[in-house]
Design a protein around this ligand. Structure first.
Ligand SMILES: Cc1ncc(COP(=O)(O)O)c(C=O)c1O
Length: 669
């Protein structure tokens, strides 16, 4: 990133109409839109009760006036009110995530349309596990999946070829689990099908066409790749429709699958090594969990090195792919992160797409999954209302640095990924319980369906979308709230997922980040005599981390201890009222084990501490010296800006940080 412009230059770049645009969309820092919110809530309750009355108006009421006059009735109501009051009192000790003073975790004020839709739908309590228990909201969930898919540039029109699908999950963690569960099912299906159908002359030519020989070469079948596997599956299913013994053949395929046999039996039967998944060292901790949960083993999660900017290094991925190729180890998936949890950095998706194509050419397949739990919604910045991609130069006009060429290419290559995790409950500004999964080709769902696809196909005139509405059939979760789907649907309808609508909120957060970056840069110059303030990672998006080392200190352990004392100024005290906390932040650590020796040395030099204590291998490093403690700022609050009329909250944050550093320095080592 280039040297920042002077901070004063920032105002000229920020969208002057940003506040006017955002004003009706949130409740506001002091509840400014409370009247509108109350009116909308009241209307929702009234409409819901009207709906109840209109369902068999001839039915007698279940609660009579006499019931309501009973003393026990009033007492029970009073207990409810007291319970709610008690809850309110307790809840007010929550982290004030609505406030621009909160720059900690990935949370903020919520979008009003989504919040109201969530509350309204909860009154109807739909269960999106199946359309039968959610006549309205499963359709909304399928539509949300389509909206998210289009945001990434995927085709959603089956008439134009492979069509994407998507659905909500409880969070990004479960979407990541689902990705591996699904890709494993697809990946190993050809082996099972070839084994089950071998010797059957009706299928010999088809298997040979995909696998080289009528029996099928195991390694080749395990490396067909997503598109070829989907084609083979479609052709086998079509052929099965013509077979009188189809039920028996289907049962034979099912009996030979990974899902039936389990890992040990399946891999032994087909002579395969345990499959691996490749992810960057910065990957979220849900990935090792996914490996454990699916019985793949977290030792099979191979970590690719990241560069000094904490972005996955394509050369490191390539080296791991080479190793897997040499050892004949199937690579189930390569995972790229779009917005790392700790640094907000963007992995080079475009380079991984190129690697996937190069590997496919020699017969090595892997699925490319993008974990965009955090950064997914930033894709709106690159898309016009008509779905076309905005050229780099035009996106650049709205910002000082964003997006770098690499970031631009990563975002505009998302339509080449095989699947994507994206969390509406993070940068989608919606209530929790709204993660999301998007798949490039909806035929993938047919490999995990608990009930055979043809049952739905036959029963439903709208074959594909009808089956998609039976969510519980092909997703990991069972019962799930329809409120999350309604919330996302209404939010995306009010604010379509393109640069001119939703993208304005995202753009605002990026500009806030650029402003903070400039302020911190200025501050580091001002503080040069007393401490070294460093932003170790160039921000790709809207997250900034800093490390602070008192001047003259050469010990990493002491620097980390200083950082932890400094952080106390930004931490909520669970035992006290949060009103005393000026600003709330979060912290993270840059782990030595995630850095190359060169990057570790560079970091040590930047901070002015003893490189040797950091560069030695992690095994030998003392616990206090195997990482660099960082203050982490997640900038997603809509009211963070340089606007002095609205308090220049980021400027005030910086003033407070400077005072906190001075105070911590005064308090001594
Ligand atoms: C990159 C990334 N992936 C996955 C997750 C997990 O998401 P969730 O907390 O919604 O399960 C996170 C959460 O911060 C994340 O940052």
């Amino acid at each position: 990133m280039a040297t920042p412009l002077p901070v004063e230059a920032y105002s000229a770049l920020s969208g002057s109409d940003a506040h006017a645009y955002l004003a009706p969309l949130f409740l506001g820092t002091t509840g400014e839109n409370a009247d509108a919110f109350e009116r909308a809530l009241l209307a929702v309750v009234r409409e819901h009760c009207r709906w109840r009355r209109s369902f068999h108006p001839e039915d007698p009421p279940s609660i009579t006036a006499a019931d309501r006059n009973e003393p026990s009735f009033a007492a029970a109501m009073a207990r409810t009110e007291a319970g709610l009051h008690d809850l309110s009192v307790r809840l007010q000790r929550s982290a004030p995530m609505f406030s621009p003073r909160y720059v900690g975790h990935m949370a903020s004020d919520l979008l009003l349309p989504g919040l109201l839709a969530h509350l309204a739908t909860t009154l109807y309590n739909p269960n999106n596990v199946t359309a039968e228990t959610a006549l309205v909201t499963t359709d909304l969930e399928i539509e949300v999946g389509q909206q998210l898919a289009r945001m990434f540039g995927f085709n959603t029109d089956p008439a134009r070829g492979a069509a994407a699908y998507g659905h909500l999950t409880s969070g990004g963690t479960v979407a990541n689990y689902e990705a591996l569960w699904l890709h494993r099912a697809v990946r190993f299906w050809p082996l099972a099908a070839a084994r089950a159908l071998s010797g059957d002359t009706r299928f010999a030519a088809l298997i040979a066409q995909f696998a080289g020989t009528p029996e099928g070469d195991g390694w080749r079948l395990a490396n067909l790749g997503l598109d070829a596997t989907l084609d083979l599956h479609a052709q086998v299913c079509a052929e099965l429709e013509l077979c009188p013994d189809a039920a028996d053949l289907r049962a034979r395929i099912a009996a030979a699958r990974f899902e039936r046999l389990g890992s040990a039996d399946f891999l032994a039967r087909y002579g395969l090594a345990a499959p691996v998944v490749i992810c960057p060292r910065t990957a979220h901790y849900s990935w090792p969990k996914a490996m454990q949960l699916l019985g793949l083993g977290d030792a099979q999660l191979w970590h690719a090195d990241v560069d000094a900017h904490m972005r996955m290094q394509p050369a490191a991925v390539q080296a791991l792919l080479e190793r897997a190729w040499r050892l004949r180890v199937p690579v189930l998936a390569v995972v790229a992160v779009l917005g790392t949890t700790e640094f907000g950095t963007i992995d080079p998706v475009h380079e991984l797409v190129a690697l996937r194509e190069a590997c496919a050419a020699r017969g090595q397949a892997f699925a490319l999954h993008v974990d965009a739990a955090w950064g997914g919604y930033l894709a709106t910045l690159f898309r016009r209302e008509d779905g076309t991609t905005i050229p780099h130069a035009q996106v650049r006009k709205r910002f000082r640095y964003f997006p770098s060429a690499g970031v631009y290419r990563a975002f505009t290559s998302l339509d080449r990924a095989d699947s994507i995790t994206v969390d509406p409950h993070k940068l989608g500004y919606l209530p929790y319980g709204a993660g999301g999964f998007v798949g490039r080709d909806r035929r993938m769902t047919e490999f995990v369906g608990q009930r055979p696809v043809y049952i739905y196909d036959k029963a439903d005139p709208h074959a594909s979308s009808g089956r998609l509405a039976q969510l519980g059939d092909y997703i990991l979760e069972g019962s799930k709230s329809g409120a999350a789907a309604a919330s996302a649907y209404v939010s995306h309808t009010v604010l379509p997922l393109d640069a001119e609508h939703f993208g304005r909120i995202c753009g605002h957060t990026i500009r806030a980040n650029e402003y903070l970056f400039g302020r911190l840069h200025d501050m580091s110059r001002r503080l040069a005599g007393s401490c070294t303030l460093v932003m170790p990672v160039e921000p790709d998006t809207n997250l900034v981390c800093i490390a602070v080392n008192p001047s003259g200190n050469r010990s990493l352990a002491r620097m980390n201890a200083f950082g932890r004392r400094l952080f106390r100024h930004f931490a909520l005290d669970p035992a006290a009222s949060n009103a005393h906390c000026q600003f709330i932040g979060s912290h993270t650590s840059m782990l030595r084990k995630n850095l190359s020796a060169a990057a570790a040395r560079r970091m040590a030099r930047k901070l002015g501490f003893d490189a040797d204590t950091f560069v030695i291998t992690v095994r030998d490093a003392a616990l206090e010296a195997d990482h660099v403690f960082l203050l982490r700022h997640t900038l997603m609050n809509p009211w963070l800006s340089d606007d002095s009329e609205r308090g220049d909250m980021l400027g005030r944050y910086c003033d407070y940080l400077e005072q906190a550093i001075a105070q911590t320095l005064r308090d001594g080592a």
